[in-house]
Design a protein around this ligand. Structure first.
Ligand code: SF4
Length: 366
C-alpha cells in the first residue's frame, strides 16, 4: 500500500508530491476555479496557491456581495519571512474583495511550540503587525489581536474541547504534550472567531495557509460541523500555498540555517549576500550550463521570482525559457533577482517603520 504523506504543523514538513495531497487529504485543486476568481493575482494565476477546500463558498459570497471573512495569522517567533508575506498578500487581496480581515498573533502557539515568553512575543508582535499593515491590511475593515489577550478565542477553545477526545486529537497531530493540543483548540477558536455574534454572526470564512497547516484546518472544519446545529457555524474554507524552498537548497525555507532564508527586516547587504551564495538549479560549469541549460524546477532563485517578486507573467516565462536553454547564467540571474528583491524590501522597510505606532496602538503596547 502506498504511504500517506505526513503533514505536521509544528514540524519540518516538506511536500514531495502536491498532487498526492488531493487524494490523501481531500484538498481540491484550485486550477478549475481560477476563471471564477476576480482579477486573480500572480500567486493564484501561477499555481503558487495550488489547492483549496470549499473556496466556492467565498466566491459566491463575493459575487453576491454577502458577508464573508478572511482570517489567518502569524506565530510571533521572529521577523516577517516569505511564507508570512504570501499569507498577508492573500488576506489583503480577499479583504479588498469585501472580506472582513482577521489577523491573529499566535502567541500561545509561539509559547507552546517555541518556548517564546509572552513578553518577548509582544515585542515581536509589534513588528509583525507593522509588517502586515505595510503590506496593505486595512484595520478599519478588520481585526488584529493576540491570542493570549483574546478571551473569546479561549472560550471557543473550551467549547470545542467538549467535541474532541484524546484519541481524535492524537490521530490528527500525533502524540504531543497537552500544551500543543490546547493551542490547537485555541487555533480552532481563532478560525471561528469571525463567526461569533460580535463580528456579525456565522458567515463563510476563508483561511489562507501554507499546506503544512492543513491539520488545523481539518480539525476546525470537523468542530464547526459538530457545533453547527447549536451555533450555525459555516465550515471554514481554506486555500493552500506551496512551501517555498530554502536558499540553501533544502525543500522548506526554515530558520535552521541562516543562509537558507531572509526576513523582510533584514539588512539589505545581508540579503544580497545570501542571494548571491544561494543554491541554484545551475550546472557545475558555464560550458555545461550553456550546453544543457539550467533546472529552474529545483532552483530557489527561480521560485523567488515566480512566487513573490516578478509581477509580469511573460517575464516569468522568459526567465524559465532562458534558464532552460542555457542563455541565462546563474550569476547574472542572481544579480537581477537581488536587484528586484532589495528594491521591494527597501520600500517595505520604509512603510513598516511608518506603521510601528499604529501597530503598538492596535496591540495596546507602549
Ligand atoms: Fe536558477 Fe536562474 Fe540559474 Fe536558472 S539561471 S538555475 S533560474 S539561478
Amino acid at each position: 500500500m502506498e504511504k500517506r504523506q505526513l503533514i505536521d504543523p509544528w514540524g519540518e514538513t516538506a511536500i514531495e508530491d502536491y498532487e498526492k495531497l488531493f487524494a490523501d487529504f481531500g484538498i481540491r485543486p484550485l486550477k478549475p476555479l481560477i476563471p471564477l476568481i476576480p482579477s486573480p493575482p500572480s500567486f493564484i494565476r501561477r499555481g503558487v496557491i495550488f489547492g483549496h477546500r470549499d473556496l466556492e463558498l467565498i466566491l459566491s459570497a463575493i459575487k453576491e456581495k454577502k458577508d464573508f471573512a478572511v482570517m489567518s495569522g502569524i506565530k510571533p517567533t521572529g521577523d516577517f519571512h516569505l511564507g508570512a508575506l504570501l499569507t498577508a498578500r492573500e488576506i489583503v487581496y480577499f479583504q479588498k474583495l469585501g472580506g472582513f480581515g482577521v489577523y491573529c498573533i499566535a502567541d500561545i502557539e509561539a509559547y507552546e511550540d517555541n518556548d517564546i515568553p509572552y513578553e518577548e512575543s509582544e515585542r515581536i508582535a509589534v513588528d509583525n503587525v507593522a509588517d502586515v499593515l505595510a503590506l496593505g491590511f486595512d484595520p478599519k475593515r478588520g481585526y488584529i489581536y493576540r491570542q493570549s489577550k483574546e478571551t473569546r478565542v479561549k472560550d471557543l477553545a473550551f467549547l470545542f474541547g467538549r467535541g474532541v477526545t484524546l484519541a481524535t486529537i492524537t490521530a490528527i497531530y500525533g502524540e504531543r504534550h497537552m500544551g500543543l493540543y490546547m493551542s490547537a483548540l485555541v487555533q480552532a477558536g481563532d478560525i471561528m472567531l469571525p463567526q461569533l455574534p460580535d463580528f456579525g454572526g456565522p458567515k463563510p470564512t476563508l483561511v489562507p495557509v501554507g499546506v503544512d497547516q492543513d491539520p488545523h484546518i481539518r480539525f476546525t472544519r470537523d468542530l464547526a460541523q459538530k457545533f453547527h446545529a447549536k451555533y450555525g457555524f459555516y465550515t471554514p474554507s481554506a486555500t493552500y500555498h506551496r512551501i517555498v524552498k530554502g536558499l540553501d537548497g533544502s525543500p522548506k525555507m526554515s530558520k535552521r540555517n541562516p543562509m537558507g532564508y531572509f526576513t523582510l527586516a533584514e539588512d539589505l547587504e545581508s540579503i544580497k549576500a545570501k542571494l548571491i551564495q544561494a543554491f541554484t538549479g545551475g550546472r557545475a560549469t558555464v560550458k555545461e550550463q550553456r550546453e544543457l541549460g539550467g533546472e529552474p524546477e529545483r532552483c530557489p532563485i527561480y521560485d523567488l521570482n515566480m512566487f513573490y517578486f516578478m509581477e509580469d507573467d511573460d517575464k516569468v516565462v522568459e526567465l524559465y525559457i532562458n534558464c532552460k536553454n542555457g542563455n541565462l547564467l546563474c550569476g547574472d540571474c542572481k544579480l537581477r533577482t537581488a536587484k528586484v528583491v532589495l528594491g521591494f524590501v527597501k520600500d517595505h522597510q520604509r512603510k513598516r517603520v511608518q506603521n510601528l505606532d499604529k501597530a503598538r496602538e492596535i496591540l495596546g503596547v507602549n
